[in-house]
Design a protein around this ligand. Sequence first.
Ligand code: UDP
Length: 316
Amino acid sequence: MPRSIVTGGAGFIGSHLCEHLLANGHEVICIDNLLTGTTDNLAQIKSDRFTFLKYNVTNYLFINGELDYVFHLASPASPVDYLELPIQTMKVGALGTLNALGLAKAKNATFLLASTSEVYGDPEHHPQEETYWGNVNPIGPRGVYDEAKRFAEALTMAYSRYHGVKTRIARIFNTFGPRMRLKDGRVVPNFMCQALAKKPLTVYGDGSQTRSFCYVSDLVEGLYKLMMSSELDPTNIGNPSEMSILEFAKRINQLTGNSAGIVFEELPIDDPKYRRPNIGKAKRVLNWEPKIALAEGLERTLEWFKIEIARTAQSE
Ligand code: UDP
């Protein structure tokens, strides 16, 4: 039976990945310090092949026994989170990645880094392909995340080249679905919560900036396929269907029957103007592409937000 570790396994994407691995017959060790993750995301897992360890991977990391795969997802991932947790974000991207790579090396396990479209910064090339080096402001407020992930990619390649560790790098684009934190500040939870409360949606700037949203089950399948491939160089995983944030807000208001409209607020510093993955490589090398259309993904996500909002209101 393959044995896998998922750092950040109690987070939004991490918890879906743990379930996917269990469904594919893996033994799964989930490690998370619960800074932005929660064990609520793991509550439905009943398997005896699953273990949860509350631990900060910024510290020395060791696991007894054999290990086949290390999925390194641990990091604050919402812009609001990494603005509030800048040092932790840099530590987990740098020291956490070092420790996770060291563990993979010690166990001769294959390592996958959850990197990000943020390595492209405010891109001057559109859509973004893996060969583009990016346009990142290292000292801006987003720099803590962007540069930590860029460092993590460089470190991963160094372990691949110098130590011969089998490594994979996924550049994850905007992802949405059940288990996003209600208050993580990202556009999907903000808009869903505002719309369900019949409040106006807060569009930052004039809303002309674009994003491309991938449903979480598609994303997780992409991560899994990448891990099982032999692709060393970074691979974009995301959904190329792009839209402006203003268009997205209108869509959410329509979906929820929210007539409260839209309010415009200040655009955050260094907010990327465009974002859309070129997924030609993932299609070619992994035979992967997203299957869930935005409309279906939004409906599933909305249902979950309704339940989660009611559950949270009850427990408060
Ligand atoms: N955004 C917005 N209203 C919100 C939250 C976000 O208009 O209430 C915008 C944000 O400025 C960005 C886009 O939506 O242009 C996506 O933001 P998110 O925080 O989800 O992640 P990002 O793609 O910037 O990493």
